[in-house]
Design a protein around this ligand. Structure first.
Ligand SMILES: Cc1cc2nc3c(=O)[nH]c(=O)nc-3n(C[C@H](O)[C@H](O)[C@H](O)COP(=O)(O)O)c2cc1C
Ligand SMILES: Nc1ncnc2c1ncn2[C@@H]1O[C@H](COP(=O)(O)OP(=O)(O)O)[C@@H](O)[C@H]1O
Ligand SMILES: [Mg+2]
Length: 150
């Protein structure tokens, strides 16, 4: 499925979620504040995406992102959560996260078990790592969006 809003650039504050990412899945996700979610264009479809991310003044890293209601947990509020492919020494709540969303991967799904969902997310991470190495996606790592002061 195509999403003709891509590439999509956005930024905002990292807030607390349900604390499941690290504890239940072993895959932390930096959750955007509500304002960032409300700024999504009306036609922006929910699902799993990949792109680039930057925390405060740090380097630009690969990321995967989940946008929607997490059908496995049946969340009531729509969320935008970014897993950054980097090991950080500590949490970065309240930091500013900048993301450039480049590609749509799949819809958000329900799963029969937590193990199946974790396996699917690990596939997302592996495939997205690969997709982001392509020339057409790699150029966005150096986009002025990440270098200009905000
Ligand atoms: C790449 C990726 C794919 C995801 N896919 C799904 C999905 O298909 N269905 C779903 O219910 N949640 C999905 N999630 C969201 C997880 O359920 C979510 O990250 C987890 O509940 C953590 O929530 P928390 O940040 O509130 O702790 C995905 C997360 C990531 C990073
Ligand atoms: N590689 C990473 N990607 C995303 N967040 C990370 C990463 N490493 C550490 N974190 C921290 O972990 C938090 C997310 O963990 P998570 O368990 O999903 O909690 P929450 O439910 O509060 O979002 C992020 O807000 C961030 O501060
Ligand atoms: Mg999270």
């Amino acid at each position: 499925m195509a999403n003709n809003e891509l590439p999509y650039f956005t930024s905002g504050k990292v807030v607390k979620g349900f604390g499941r990412g690290s504890k239940e899945l072993g895959i932390p996700t930096a959750n955007f504040d509500e304002q960032v979610v409300s700024l999504l264009p009306p036609g922006f479809q929910t699902g799993v995406y990949y792109g680039w991310a930057k925390v405060d003044d740090g380097p630009v890293y690969k990321m995967v992102m989940s946008i929607g209601w997490n059908p496995f947990y049946k969340n009531i509020k729509k969320s935008m959560e970014t897993h950054i492919m980097h090991t950080f020494p500590e949490d970065f709540y309240d930091s500013t996260l900048k993301v450039c969303i480049l590609g749509y991967r799949r819809p958000e799904l329900n799963f029969n078990s937590l193990e199946e969902m974790i396996a699917a997310i690990k596939d997302d991470i592996r495939e997205s790592e690969h997709m982001l190495d392509s020339e057409e996606n790699a150029v966005y790592k150096d986009h002025t969006f990440f270098t200009e002061h905000s």
